[in-house]
Write a protein that binds this ligand. Structure first.
Ligand SMILES: NC(=O)c1ccc[n+]([C@@H]2O[C@H](COP(=O)([O-])OP(=O)(O)OC[C@H]3O[C@@H](n4cnc5c(N)ncnc54)[C@H](O)[C@@H]3O)[C@@H](O)[C@H]2O)c1
Ligand SMILES: [Zn+2]
Length: 331
């Protein structure tokens, strides 16, 4: 399947197909140097399949994990590119999860004022969410994504086979974002999780991507409708920060959705889905700290925060909540 994305920066295609990685070169093309970036957690098997097609290409693998999504890694990669005389006609391929995508994308956005970036996402989170939208960033001083740029990829290749080596905790972590998409935009997508979702993984990835594409095309810089994607993220962000690495991002979104939802019937349906996915529903953390993080978030206004709410599955909307109301919700 091919999904064409149109943005102000450039148009590009996302291809989704089992076994796609083996024919990456035929889609990427020739006549330029390729620089491959990954981390050491991505299964070697996938890197080898890519390297077999680009035997002379330099490969940079940094230590895996959010803690390495930082300026040191970023600088090391820039130095490596410069040492290897990468130029503006060359191409960077990021192969890995959201961490690799964010770092490699930010490198591509800034090296020589921007060079072509190709993304091969290998986690559910990256395939469903982070590989589309053009957001790239690294963390600084404990603040996530504080240094970054909007830089659209030139091509995204999704091979669902790569998920076969991903630990189940990470598989489910990424699926939390698809559950979110279903709740705010697509009842059918949510219902897939209520059934035998494992046999519909491809459809889940495709539906989520199409939804995100439509939102991003309408609102590239996150000033309007794209805010809907923040469902579960306001409280989730608080849990993620206070949890200090205990919880993964999608797990925090899962807990954040449960905290914010007010419709009991929808909450019950979500509870059943999260149980199935082995995702946490409430955070064992200091709510006073969570509240303080939410209040200091860059998205908060003087009189409160825009919160995404769902009263009918597939139809998210935005409400302004006072800080008092947020505090009460945390219990
Ligand atoms: N740019 C965006 O729009 C956007 C959106 C959401 C999240 N993010 C970012 O994404 C990051 C999280 O991404 P993630 O959940 O993919 O985590 P991740 O990139 O850390 O990957 C999770 C782990 O799985 C390993 N891995 C990756 N692919 C594998 C495979 N096929 N087989 C085995 N192991 C594999 C990785 O090495 C890592 O250890 C966060 O930094 C978050 O801020 C970005
Ligand atoms: Zn998210």
């Amino acid at each position: 399947m091919e999904i064409k994305v149109t943005t102000r920066q450039r148009d590009y295609s996302i291809f989704i197909e089992h076994g796609l990685l083996k024919k990456a070169r035929s889609l990427i093309g020739e006549g330029f140097n390729v620089f491959i970036i990954s981390d050491d957690g991505v299964d070697d098997k996938w890197i080898s399949i890519l390297l077999d097609q680009y035997p002379d290409s330099p490969l940079f693998r940094f230590n895996h994990g959010e803690a390495n999504k930082n300026l040191n890694t970023y600088r090391d990669i820039l130095s490596w590119l410069a040492r290897n005389r990468a130029n503006r006609h060359d191409v960077i391929i990021g192969i890995g999860g959201g961490v690799v995508g964010d770092v490699a994308g930010f490198v591509a956005a800034t090296y020589m004022r921007g060079i072509r970036y190709l993304n091969i996402p290998t986690t559910t989170l990256a395939q469903i969410d982070s590989s589309i939208g053009g957001k790239t960033a690294v963390d600084l001083g404990g603040i996530k994504n504080i240094v970054g740029a909007f830089w659209q990829p030139s091509l995204v290749l999704i091979d669902p086979e790569t998920l076969s080596t991903l630990p189940s905790r990470h598989v489910n972590n990424g699926l939390a974002e698809a559950v979110k998409m279903g709740l705010i935009l697509d009842e059918k997508l949510f219902e897939l999780f209520e059934g035998d979702y494992e046999s519909h993984l491809d459809e889940i990835i495709e539906r989520s991507l199409i939804l995100k594409k439509e939102i991003v095309e309408q609102d590239e810089n996150e000033t309007g409708i794209r805010k809907l994607l923040n469902f579960g993220h306001t409280f989730g962000h608080g849990y993620e920060t206070v949890g200090e690495g205990r919880y993964l991002h999608g797990e925090c979104v899962a807990m954040g959705m449960m905290t914010v939802l007010e419709n009991e019937e929808i909450k019950e349906r979500l509870h059943k889905v999260l149980q199935k996915l082995d995702l946490p529903e409430s955070c064992e953390c200091d709510n006073e700290k969570v509240f303080s993080i939410i209040c200091n978030d860059k998205k908060s206004a003087a009189d409160g925060i825009d919160i995404v709410q769902v009263d009918e599955i597939g139809k998210g909307h935005i409400e302004r909540w006072s800080f008092d109301r947020i505090r009460r919700k945390l219990g």
